[in-house]
Design a protein around this ligand. Structure first.
Ligand code: ADP
Ligand code: ASP
Ligand code: MG
Length: 436
């Protein structure tokens, strides 16, 4: 019965938060691996250490004076050490790092120092061994994880120590240089480590008492979800529920290891369990998430339906430009291709020219599109959810531009104008979840 426990930056923002983490970790010896993010925000106006490190890197790269930023980083780490009287000379590590600061310092390496220093501080505070993530998580040069080597390393580290603390967010390439994961990646580190030791549970501690049925910044007091399947979570996190990194589920899902998302500030709350088999949900819809900044390429040509291969030809033009596609709603003589605006930032005009020329079609691009996902394992083979969505949005005079349902009937995606985004999420939450 081994548990991997990950604490996010919000759980590690100050000496007070460190003390809460210590109480939690020491209350259960099954917590074999503790994963730490970097010191996070102490309040809304504060800046995460990770963000400060990105800013520091930009200053170095463009030879802008960086003393103020460095001092902020230095003071925050030293402050936590001194306030708690932790027996670790973090000053030495900070001084070493300061000597390495130069124009060519690799960004991945510099940014990873946030989790490196935070986890060393936490290991000393807990009295646990510290193991560097670069000696555990091994990546190939193409960015894929060397699963075999990683598992071997992790098993060895765990067998040699009672409990270990590991920095999240990075691993190493074969030559030993740091490979940073994408933002929020410490969630993924924890998940990979849980897979490696076939943990009975992966605990993910943050600042909310579970996955909320909608983004708390858009909906007033959304309810916490008690059980959610990996597949539902994947849909929600892909569509913008930023509470867990969207790749977190894969390593644990392979071995059916449940994730328990919990609140460091309210450890007594049960939180959310994410697993394959969940009890029937209380509401048909489990959660709602969404994102702005999509574009729709609307492609129309008379008699298109008679041209076999027309859709393939159109999509292959997007492929040529390396554009990843979200949705392709089709009509008889028209289809649309919905993509994230960031995907076509630099190639939109070339794409339109090629589509017109090679397909002989009319093409117009509609911007300012937002997508909202209504997700629920209870929706499959149930009627009435779409009716309720249309009724709710109709009452608010919100125009639905796109509607898509995945074959598993786990999600319904609604495309609306960006200006209607906030109202769509909050009114759908009220009608599909709050009042049910
Ligand atoms: P950590 O520092 O622990 O990694 P994050 O900031 O990455 O924490 O994630 C937690 C935050 O995610 C919450 O404080 C909340 O504002 C935000 N969030 C967005 N969508 C949701 C959701 N559906 N459920 C819970 N939290 C959400
Ligand atoms: N500290 C990193 C970030 O802010 C990684 C993480 O928190 O998971 O993105
Ligand atoms: Mg996070």
């Amino acid at each position: 019965m081994l548990v991997v426990t990950k604490f996010g930056g919000s759980s590690l923002s100050s000496a007070t938060q460190f003390a809460k983490v210590k109480n939690i970790v020491l209350s259960d010896p099954k917590r074999k691996i503790v994963v730490c993010s970097a010191l996070g925000k102490r309040d809304k106006e504060d800046t995460k250490i990770t963000d400060l490190l990105y800013i520091l890197h930009a200053h170095l790269k463009y030879s802008v004076p960086y003393k103020d930023i460095w001092d902020m980083i230095y003071t925050r780490f030293l402050g936590v050490k001194e306030e708690l009287g932790i027996d670790y000379e973090i000053k030495n590590d900070l001084d070493e790092l300061q000597k390495e600061l130069n124009k060519n310092i690799p960004q991945d390496y510099l940014v990873s120092r946030g989790e490196y220093l935070t986890s060393k501080l936490m290991a000393a505070y807990l009295g646990y061994s510290w193991v560097d993530a670069k000696d555990l998580l091994k990546y190939n040069y193409d960015g894929t994880l060397d699963e075999e080597l990683t598992q071997k390393n992790v098993k060895l580290a765990v067998s040699k120590n009672n409990q270990i603390v590991v920095p999240g967010f990075y691993g190493a390439y074969p030559n030993g240089s740091v490979r940073l994961l994408s933002r929020g990646g410490s969630d993924v580190t924890g998940s990979i480590l849980a897979n490696c030791i076939n943990a009975s549970l992966y605990e993910n501690w943050t600042d909310v008492s579970g996955i909320l049925a909608a983004d708390p910044r858009l909906v007033k007091e959304p309810r916490a979800i008690d059980y959610i399947t990996y597949a539902e979570l994947r849909e929600l996190s892909y569509m913008g529920a930023s509470v867990l990194h969207e790749e977190t589920v894969f390593p644990v899902q392979q071995l059916n290891i449940p994730i328990n998302l919990k609140n460091t500030n309210r450890p007594e709350d049960i939180g959310t369990f994410i697993q394959n088999d969940c009890p029937a949900s209380k509401t048909i819809v489990t959660g709602i998430a969404g994102k702005k900044d999509f574009l729709s390429f609307n492609i129309q040509k008379d008699h298109m339906s008679n041209e076999v291969g027309f859709l393939r030809k159109g999509l292959s033009i997007f492929e040529r430009y390396g554009v990843s596609i979200e949705h392709t709603p089709t009509g008889i003589d028209s289809f649309s291709v919905v993509v994230a605006a960031s995907q076509v930032e630099k190639v939109q005009y070339e794409l339109v020219t090629d589509l017109k020329k090679e397909l002989g079609a009319n093409v117009n691009v509609e911007g300012d599109l937002a997508l909202v996902a209504v997700v629920g394992r209870g929706m499959a083979k149930r009627s009435g959810v779409c009716a309720k969505i249309f009724e709710t949005l109709g009452k608010k005079s919100i125009n639905v531009k796109l509607l898509a349902q995945g074959p598993s009937e786990l999600n319904i995606i609604i495309g609306i104008s960006s200006k209607d985004y906030e109202e769509t999420v909050s009114s759908l939450y009220d009608s599909l979840i709050r009042n049910n």
